[in-house]
Design a binder for this molecule. Structure first.
Ligand SMILES: Cc1cc2nc3c(=O)[nH]c(=O)nc-3n(C[C@H](O)[C@H](O)[C@H](O)COP(=O)(O)OP(=O)(O)OC[C@H]3O[C@@H](n4cnc5c(N)ncnc54)[C@H](O)[C@@H]3O)c2cc1C
Length: 451
């Protein structure tokens, strides 16, 4: 007899994981605390409730990484995509859905599976044995979060994300920016040139502060306390405290010499740091922000060198419980200290409905394969699934780990294609073609294992 798989949290990730594991023949118990225990954002007792927007974002599987993730999930018979397609409503190129019928139909589909039991109740402790997936999301209940913190240590479980915008490195104008660490600190040349610097003169800095102060900001929701204020102030709040605050904080110009104009001392400097081992993404250091997305791109593109910046993700600050996955999880999302527990969804440090469901799909398949004694290989890094799981379980820098959306910066480059804005269309098509072939091969290998 094969043991049961227990999944905690019936959101995007837990629902998809349950479906995938049950389709592979494993018996699943899906534990969901709602409607008995509520969160500040959920409104119903349905599984897979969309807590805010009703969009799964772009459905373009040739030019967009999230669209490619849709494609890969559809190819893997994903439940979330199947029901999203069924309840699709017109939204241009985006996949938007009628949220209540969507969540209701996910709930019904799972309850109709003979080997899925939905058990309503809060799980408050980490299980000591058995086979488990924890997919309790950004609003993991307090009891379970405490138990997790006791296991992982205080530093390794966050309750807020404070995301600085992330930029594709090939969209930065290096005729204005230069690479240098402050005071040239570091043992090696790579360390001494670890940061990318964008200089501002006084007029540019003053204009930037004016734009920041005027920009539209997002407000916190009720119940989403502003506990972030201790450690990581949004740049616009710093600017509100005084026009010079940023110049003495993340934009201080000291210890840096403009490589393009060594005789001119910059009035302020914006620093960017590598965000992934591939070096395709850079985050703006200390630039967490609650500016609305439109305002963010407008304001940040006034920074010299970033006029044509393309953003892999924009900044934000949210209530969000997530693990420092690069140090805590193995490459199949098992907790290293308790490998009978896997994690899936937003708690692993991905961000968004689609990415969370995608990590649920993988966790469900990995867990079921393990229970059936037919372990699965990892998906290739050149697929959207593979790129995302590789990022959270090791590709990202653990010291600065913040939740991530899927984007092409996570993919190993395709050789021989033109970099920069001009070659983008061909490049993205090459990424998505390559990913589709490899994902299909990976799925077939899983099917062969299961045959
Ligand atoms: C306020 C807010 C707004 C958001 N807006 C968007 C958006 O517009 N677009 C977007 O793509 N993403 C948005 N997100 C992120 C989004 O919530 C996630 O991407 C996605 O829902 C995560 O999926 P998940 O399965 O990991 O978690 P969830 O979908 O949140 O599912 C987790 C489930 O676990 C249950 N649970 C928690 N603790 C326990 C426990 N101890 N025992 C049993 N069950 C438990 C919860 O009730 C919940 O049903 C938002 C998040 C928040 C908090």
């Amino acid at each position: 007899m094969v043991d049961k798989l227990h999944i905690v949290g019936g959101g995007m990730a837990g629902s998809e994981a349950a479906w995938q594991a049950a389709r592979m023949g494993v018996s699943v118990v899906l534990h969901e605390m709602r409607p008995h225990v509520e969160t500040f954002a959920h409104q119903t007792g349905h599984l897979a409730e969309m807590v805010c927007s009703n969009s799964f974002r772009s459905d373009d599987d040739e030019q967009n990484a999230v669209g490619l993730l849709h494609w890969e999930m559809r190819a893997a018979d994903g439940l979330i995509m199947k029901k999203a397609d069924k309840h699709r409503i017109p939204a241009g190129g985006a996949l938007a859905v009628d949220r209540n019928p969507f969540a209701q139909s996910v709930t019904e589909a799972l309850k109709a599976m003979p080997n899925v039991e939905v058990s309503y109740g809060e799980i408050t402790e980490l299980p000591e044995d058995g086979h488990w997936i924890i997919a309790t999301g950004p609003l993991t209940s307090g009891h379970l979060a405490n138990a997790l913190q006791a296991e992982t240590g205080k530093e390794a479980l966050a309750f807020f994300d404070a995301i600085a915008p992330i930029i594709y490195s090939d969209s930065i104008d290096m005729s204005k920016a230069w690479m240098q660490s402050r005071y040239d600190k570091g043992e090696t040349e790579a360390e001494r040139t670890a940061y990318l610097n964008c200089p501002m003169d006084r007029a540019q800095y003053e204009a930037f502060i004016d734009a920041l102060l005027a920009a539209e900001k997002t407000e916190f929701k009720e119940g989403e306390t502003a506990g972030y204020f201790d450690g990581c102030l949004p740049i616009e709040v710093m600017a509100e405290r005084g026009r010079e605050t940023l110049r003495f904080g993340p934009m201080k110009p000291v210890g840096l010499t403009n490589a393009h104009q060594p005789d001119v001392k910059p009035y302020a400097v914006v620093q960017l740091r590598r965000d992934n081992a591939l070096g395709t993404l850079f985050n703006i250091v200390g630039f967490q922000t609650k500016m609305k997305y439109g305002a963010q791109t407008e304001v940040l593109r006034t920074i010299p060198g970033l006029e044509d910046a393309r953003f892999a993700r924009l900044g934000g600050i949210h209530r969000n419980t997530f693990l420092n996955s690069p140090i805590l999880l193995d490459n199949q999302m098992r907790l290293k200290s308790k490998p009978h527990i896997r994690f899936a969804g937003q708690i692993t440090g991905v961000e968004g409905y689609v990415e969370s469901a995608a990590m649920g799909l993988l966790a469900g398949r990995f867990a079921a394969a393990e229970l059936l004694g037919m372990p699965l290989a990892l998906p290739p890094r050149k697929t959207a699934m593979g790129a995302l799981i590789a990022h959270i379980t090791g590709g990202a820098d653990a010291k600065t780990f913040q939740p991530m959306n899927v984007n092409f910066g996570l993919f190993p480059p395709v050789d021989g294609l033109k970099a920069g804005r001009k070659g983008r269309k061909d490049r993205y098509k090459a990424y998505t073609d390559r990913a589709k072939t490899l994902w299909t091969e990976w799925l077939n290998q899983g099917a062969l294992n299961a045959a």
